[in-house]
Design a protein around this ligand. Structure first.
Ligand code: C2O
Ligand code: CU
Length: 466
């Protein structure tokens, strides 16, 4: 668009008239779109194992797994254009964020899938500070497993002082032991109907031998994220001492000393603040406990440094979460059924009731409230601002980490106390637990097991907020 001095439109711009306002805004809007940083979903090669081992073909955001970290201040806007250079449809879900439903990234529920060669602009305000993540939500049991995930850190305006602040993305991979290529048996029926796809190597930030040099006495904020699609990581520390400060991005009301072990289900996060207490010349560890053996999930070789123990960190500032009103809550239920060893009488799928056999022949093994897969009807429905009190009942022989999009919930503990805010909650076999949350943001919010093979095989529904 070109116009000369003296053109009426130009005068209107200078005068700040109504026409001028429209003209003045258009180029600014365009600039914002052009300025959006691109997240390119594409094939890449990464080296997961040390010592000249062959590289592994992955699907990545921007060429690495995990994706380059996104770090922004609370209150900023996240503006990213997903460009799909994969041979398949994809999308990005922003896990744990309170955002407009249209930005939530669930094909078939909140947006069209992004076709090969296509793009989609994600643009929303970051209301809460904390450790979040983003990952594909198209055939996620395959795409997240192939590497389409990364961490999103939203920084508090005022955070307790630490010497270093870093994300540790914990993952496991099922690789062919010779070629080190990803095993292509995605969605095999055994994984789907049992504990999901467990890998044979574990990585931290994309390295099986992750190591970071530290100093004795150094204070670290470690933001742990379990990006695996099935594995529950049972973790512990050695030569590091400190506190769990936040879970699933939300600060705890009081820091909790890190105990012997703690569990991160797929999708969950824990922010730790720890001091290096191992001696200079030794190593500190993040330990992965597995069947009675401890493995080094991350090593921290200790250089010199002082030994002085420091006082407990100050609290993380709470996020502006809408407080649930349990007394005035709308009741809801979530019943989990199916899978190996228990099964179920049958479930609704594609609009009609089917028995276990017929469901299995369609790759469906699980159901939520008697429905396998994303049904026509919501699992629950509530008005924006309303408190929901939901009873979740795991009638299966497997643990499940249930994730509600766009919301955090609190468990109702004995005596009526409320547990920490969580966006992904773990229920062991035969457990029943009650939670409350405030429905917020009209739209369709996915509600599913974050063992992503289970979601694919039926444990995937949605909550409606009106
Ligand atoms: Cu992190 Cu619907 O998922
Ligand atoms: Cu599950």
């Amino acid at each position: 668009m070109a116009f000369s001095e003296g053109h009426p439109s130009r005068r209107a711009v200078l005068a700040g008239g109504a026409a001028g306002l429209a003209l003045g805004l258009a180029p600014r809007g365009l600039r914002a779109l052009e300025a959006a940083e691109v997240i390119e979903a594409r094939a890449a090669q990464v080296r997961l194992l040390p010592g000249g081992a062959p590289a592994t073909q992955v699907w990545s955001y921007g060429g690495s797994v995990p994706a380059p970290e996104i770090r922004l201040p609370q209150g900023a806007r996240l503006t990213r254009r997903l460009v799909n250079r994969l041979p398949v449809e994809t999308s990005i879900h922003w896990h744990g964020l309170r955002l407009p439903n249209a930005m939530d990234g669930v094909p078939g529920l909140t947006q069209e899938p992004v076709a090969p060669g296509g793009d989609f602009l994600y643009d929303f305000a970051l209301r809460d500070a904390g450790t979040f993540w983003f990952h594909s939500h198209a055939r996620s049991f395959e795409q997240v497993e192939r590497g389409l995930h990364g961490a999103l850190v939203v920084e508090e305006a005022e955070a307790p002082g630490v010497d270093r602040d870093m994300v540790l993305v914990i993952d496991d991979w099922r690789l062919d032991p010779e070629s080190l290529q990803i095993s292509e048996d995605f969605g095999n029926l055994h994984d789907l109907s049992h504990g999901g796809r467990l890998g044979n190597i574990a990585t931290t930030n994309g390295a099986a031998d992750f190591a970071l040099e530290v100093s004795r006495g150094e204070r670290l904020r470690l933001r742990l994220l379990n990006a695996a699609t099935a594995r529950l990581f049972e973790l512990g520390l050695k030569g590091l001492e400190g506190w769990i400060m936040a879970l699933d991005g939300q600060p705890l009301e009081a820091p909790e000393p890190v105990g012997e072990t703690f569990i991160l289900a797929p999708g969950q996060r824990a922010d730790l603040i720890v001091d290096v207490t191992a001696e200079a010349g030794e190593e500190a560890f993040l330990i992965h406990h597995l069947r009675g053996t401890g493995y080094a999930q991350a090593r921290f070789p200790v250089r010199t440094g002082t030994a002085a123990r420091r006082p407990a960190p100050t609290l993380l500032p709470p996020n502006p979460m809408p407080a649930p009103q349990p007394a005035a809550a709308r009741p809801a239920r979530l019943v989990m059924e199916g899978g190996a060893m228990r099964g179920m009488a049958g479930a609704m799928f594609e609009g009609r009731r089917m028995g276990m056999r017929e469901l299995a022949s369609r790759g469906m093994f699980w159901a939520l409230n008697g429905v396998a897969g994303l049904g026509e009807a919501p699992l629950l429905s509530a008005a924006s601002g309303e408190t929901v009190r939901i009873t979740m009942e795991n009638r299966t022989a497997f643990p499940h980490g249930m994730h509600l999009h766009g919301h955090h919930m609190r468990e109702i503990l004995p005596g009526g106390r409320l547990g920490p805010w969580r966006d992904t909650v773990l229920l062991w076999p035969d457990e029943t637990r009650e939670y409350v949350f405030t429905a917020e943001g009209p739209g369709k919010w996915a509600f599913h097991c974050h063992m992503l093979g289970h979601a694919e095989a039926g444990m995937m529904g949605w909550a409606e907020v009106t």
